[in-house]
Design a protein around this ligand. Structure first.
Ligand code: SF4
Length: 290
């Protein structure tokens, strides 16, 4: 696998400067995403709100885990919206760390961020990639969906058999499916729902298809499938390298199941070319990212 290195002729350094200037975090950097040269070079990035410390410790994720330092920064939504405007984004992707320490799990901060973006960039579409809002799911869905993000994304991450082992006891495969289905019921507008699967963690190809089937059964419109890369020796080992032909097969299976968009490839990540994923689903023509 080859990725594009950051180049001085691209917009990479401009994006980096805006993030530093605004005191903003991105999942691109925090999770050591291999696509950063390409995405930032295109002038896009995925914002990570609610700080840089996650209250969970999933075995595949590089984001710093621990006890977060205080409540959310109330000015972060405004700074993020300002940076998105300077980047001239037409599709803004926002994710966060898990904040199990907050009574609302960060839902109000998500809503404030969506509203700040929509005020600053009225034509932009907003995609949120949320945590599971442990134990306050219904209220949190109401809060974030009242701000009307166009895409509600919650990653299932892995197959049912590996879910607890990879994500820990607090996470639940069935709760993730419920959250995705309930989002459409709670929204009073046609929100797109989306989820992602990481492969190379020990699953079989049939289990990946079973997971896609579960997602479709819960009304999910967009799915992404990408290869796991071990971010450090402390994280789960790579079980296998999935061949590009297998990624193509996943796409074919996903399209047969009726997803509006299936992005499947070694370097596909949840937010990789997210604007194209949304567009593919809206026009229901399906897509592949490589
Ligand atoms: S794929 Fe997503 S997380 Fe990775 S660099 Fe691109 S926007 Fe950032």
């Amino acid at each position: 696998m080859k990725v594009r290195a950051p180049s001085s002729s691209s917009r990479y350094f401009e994006v980096k400067g805006l993030m530093r200037e605004g005191g903003l975090h991105t999942i691109c950097e925090e999770a050591r995403c291999p696509n950063i040269g390409e995405c930032w070079g295109r002038g896009t990035a995925t914002f990570q709100i609610l700080g840089d410390t996650c209250t969970r410790a999933c075995r595949y994720c590089y984001v710093h885990s621990g006890k977060p330092d205080g409540p959310p920064d109330p000015l972060e939504p405004l700074r993020l919206a300002q940076a998105a405007a300077q980047m001239k984004l037409s599709h803004v992707v926002v994710t966060s760390v898990d904040r199990d320490d907050l009574p609302d799990r960060g839902a109000a901060h998500y809503a404030a961020t969506i509203r700040a973006i929509k005020r600053k960039l009225p034509a932009a579409k907003v995609e949120i990639l949320t945590p599971d809002f442990l134990d306050v799911e219904e209220e949190a869905l109401g809060t974030v969906l009242a701000a009307q993000p166009e895409v509600f994304n919650h990653n299932i991450e892995t197959v049912r058999r590996l879910h607890a082992r990879m994500r820990g006891a607090k996470a639940s495969y069935d709760k993730a499916l419920w959250l995705l289905e309930r989002a459409k019921e709670v929204a009073d507008y046609p929100v797109l729902t989306k989820s992602g699967i990481i492969v190379g963690l020990g699953e079989t190809n049939d289990e990946v298809v079973d997971t896609m089937r579960d997602l479709r059964a819960h009304g999910v419109d967009v799915v992404t499938i990408g290869q796991y890369l071990q971010p450090s020796p402390k994280h789960a080992q790579i079980d296998r390298w999935v061949h590009p032909d297998e990624f193509r097969w996943f796409r074919e299976q996903g399209e047969k199941l009726g997803f509006g968009s299936v992005f499947s490839g070694p370097l596909v990540r949840s937010s990789y070319r997210a604007d194209e994923q949304r567009h593919a689903a809206e026009t229901s023509r399906g897509a592949v990212a490589y």
